[in-house]
Unconditional design. Structure first.
Length: 251
């Protein structure tokens, strides 16, 4: 590939006779500062007859969003992102529970580090639900890149909806994650997607004996007002109330 460099004539004149007559161009170095999104950038530029010119490749490097190449005597411009090397998705990862971070969704074999430093290796329980009975909420704080390069984060908020298009990604029971709620049982500390909760727990068949009685799996609480069981994991109990309920529920 032949390259034409203007460096040796900066401050001088370019003469061209390609059209059969001489044309003169006054060329000087670009005298103006350059900022990209408010950030100063050092990009070599040229002022030719009061117009400023830059090399395509330099602009691509400074701005991003496209790449420049030269293939078969043709200048090519591509707006497709070049593939980058990423960690093998099959490799287990370490998750700090509740911490907002860019990562994939939790899988069997990953390690969750709880706030007290306890390390829990994720496995599937009797109902095929990841983390069942392990007292952790592995997908709290997960940030993923969704369809259209949108960034989607599951916040540490009970009863929040995972809004955002993450394509065909599914939870541990094979249901699509799109627009699913992520619930955390404030008593056990266990967190799952809505369809996972439905797969692993069901309403007790026998009525409760006293107010605020907990079910055996601590996922349901007896409500004397409505005389029925309601789910614990969909409620946003404070830590203090959760502790009281646990004591009462085990009486």
């Amino acid at each position: 590939m032949k390259r034409f460099t203007l460096g040796f004539i900066i401050g001088g004149v370019i003469c061209s006779a390609l059209t059969g007559f001489a044309v003169e161009y006054a060329v000087t170095a670009n005298p103006f500062p350059i900022k990209v999104d408010g950030v100063s950038k050092s990009i070599e530029g040229y002022n030719i007859n009061d117009s400023t010119y830059f090399k395509l490749r330099d602009i691509a490097d400074a701005v991003g969003g496209f790449t420049v190449g030269f293939v078969n005597n043709t200048i090519t411009i591509s707006t497709q992102a070049e593939p980058t090397e990423q960690a093998n998705d099959d490799e287990p990862i370490t998750i700090h529970e509740g911490e907002v971070s860019q990562r994939r969704f939790a899988r069997e074999g990953d390690t969750v580090i709880k706030a007290d430093g306890t390390a829990v290796v994720l496995k599937k329980g009797p109902h095929g639900v990841l983390g069942e009975g392990q007292g952790v909420a592995p997908d709290l704080g997960v940030t993923v890149t969704g369809v259209g390069n949108t960034t989607v984060t599951m916040r540490n908020v009970t009863n929040s909806v995972f809004s955002g298009d993450v394509g065909d990604q599914v939870d541990s029971v094979g249901e699509r994650i799109n627009n699913q709620p992520y619930y955390v049982n404030q008593i056990t500390g266990e967190g799952h997607w809505g369809s996972e909760w439905m797969a692993m727990t069901s309403m007790p068949t026998e009525p409760g004996e006293f107010a605020d009685q907990l079910s055996e799996d601590k996922n349901w609480i007896w409500n004397n007002v409505i005389h029925g069981w309601t789910t614990i994991y969909t409620q946003d109990y404070s830590g203090e109330v959760a502790a009281i309920l646990e004591v009462n529920g085990l009486n």
